[in-house]
Design a protein around this ligand. Structure first.
Ligand code: SF4
Ligand code: SF4
Length: 132
């Protein structure tokens, strides 16, 4: 049991260390609900899939591992659910604290944008028109 606790503690410290190093590099921008460190993004699409509000999309990036990188396409639509930050395996995406930012509500137009992104291979269609 002691060994198990020690292992858990070590893993937790490593995770905290990774998070600490990330936060040391990325300074939280003011008045912004969500931001990304594109240098850490491996283009796995997971956060785009997890976002219910169509805030995130992949964009072509010839220099990245999988030829794509994360992009914020609807900053003002972020509802602060934290799904992206929690699901990113590379600690490349960050969400503001609820006490520091007034997030949007989930709207039909946000849901429609998310559906369009999902139907277009995790990318916002170039000719996408916002629903009213
Ligand atoms: S916090 Fe939620 S709504 Fe905002 S970008 Fe992340 S997943 Fe999308
Ligand atoms: S989950 Fe992380 S690594 Fe994957 S696409 Fe999103 S930001 Fe990039």
């Amino acid at each position: 049991m002691d060994i198990l606790l020690e292992v858990i503690e070590t893993i937790s410290l490593k995770i905290l260390k990774i998070k600490g190093e990330t936060m040391a590099v990325m300074t939280a921008p003011e008045n912004t609900p969500v931001w990304v460190d594109t240098a850490r993004c491996k283009a796995c699409d997971i956060c785009v899939d997890a976002c219910p509000a169509g805030v995130l999309s992949m964009k072509p990036d010839a220099g990245s591992t999988l030829g794509a990188n994360i992009e914020i396409v609807a900053l003002e639509a972020c509802i602060g659910c934290n799904e992206c930050e929690l699901s990113c395996p590379d600690f490349a995406i960050y969400v503001a604290e609820k006490k520091e930012y007034k997030f949007a509500k989930l709207t039909d137009s946000s849901k429609a944008r998310q559906e369009a992104i999902m139907n277009n291979g995790y990318r916002l269609p170039e000719d996408y028109k916002e629903a009213n």
